[in-house]
Design a protein around this ligand. Structure first.
Ligand SMILES: Nc1ncnc2c1ncn2[C@@H]1O[C@H](COP(=O)(O)OP(=O)(O)OP(=O)(O)O)[C@@H](O)[C@H]1O
Length: 239
């Protein structure tokens, strides 16, 4: 069963300027898909198209969750300046009418070892701690689809390990996860599939094994395959 289907012919920030084109992929239940690409390739724009935050989208994005609920963790945490961490969590729980939100919140706070921060203002916290708070808020409604932008930047090794464990638990529950990242060595180990973007176009959506075959790089790393595909023209010329 799919959690997300993206079928976008073109999309962008203004009518005349398309930033991404021909993006077609799916995220299945319990699947972790890595959205990979160089700076400016169009990863964040693709995520904005999924979230309905782009003014111009030609195509269709379907979120197949029972209640249409999804969790989103942006690359840069966004908070209300005057609300404490707990007040943010409360706001999310009450506004989204999440049953038992308080209990769930306490569990998540314990999991993320964030007890000491809950009465502080998020802006006074470190970037990694802010990211943990964003994750708690994203997970509070028990979403069946999770979209995470650059989750590993700013997390210390223990927090990274914790996030990886949480990703595993979510996948076991059937949550589909789309993760945008530059940390290819980690992505390579944990993602089921990779959507590779270059210049706003998706040039492949494959497992690492299929990428290795496509690139004729048996046992090659994700970075090797990515490099090969990006420079394919140059490589082909050398063949
Ligand atoms: N708000 C915006 N208005 C107009 N163009 C934008 C806007 N945001 C991004 N772009 C353009 O869209 C293109 C793709 O950018 P995007 O942020 O999607 O790339 P990215 O793959 O997420 O890059 P990075 O890895 O650096 O975060 C770039 O050419 C960028 O300049």
């Amino acid at each position: 069963m799919d959690r997300l289907t993206i079928d976008v012919q073109k999309a962008g920030y203004s009518e005349n300027e398309q930033v991404i084109q021909d993006i077609h992929f799916m995220v299945g239940a319990g699947e972790l898909v890595g959205l990979i690409g160089e700076n400016g390739a169009g990863k964040s724009t693709t995520i904005k198209a999924i979230l309905g935050q782009l003014p111009f989208v030609e195509g269709k994005v379907t979120i197949h969750t029972g209640d249409g609920v999804y969790g989103y963790v942006p690359e840069r945490p966004v908070f209300y300046e005057e609300l404490t961490v707990w007040e943010h969590i409360e706001y999310c729980g009450v506004m989204r009418e999440i049953p038992d939100w308080e209990e769930k919140a306490k569990e998540l706070i314990k999991t993320f070892r964030a007890e000491n921060y809950i009465h502080q203002l998020p802006h006074s916290l470190s970037k990694g701690t802010q990211q943990k708070i964003m994750l708690i808020i994203a997970l509070l409604p028990s979403p069946e689809l999770l979209i995470i932008d650059e989750p590993f930047i700013g997390l210390d090794p223990r927090a990274t390990k914790l996030l990886l464990q949480i990703i595993d638990v979510e996948r076991e529950k059937g949550t589909g996860i789309l993760m945008c990242t530059h940390v290819l060595d980690t992505a390579e180990k944990i993602c089921d599939q990779f959507v590779l973007l270059s210049n706003g176009t998706m040039f492949t959506s494959d497992t690492l094994h299929d990428l290795q075959i496509k690139c004729r790089l048996p046992g090659g790393s994700l970075l090797d395959c990515f490099d090969y595909l990006i420079d394919r023209d140059a490589y082909d010329e050398q063949d």
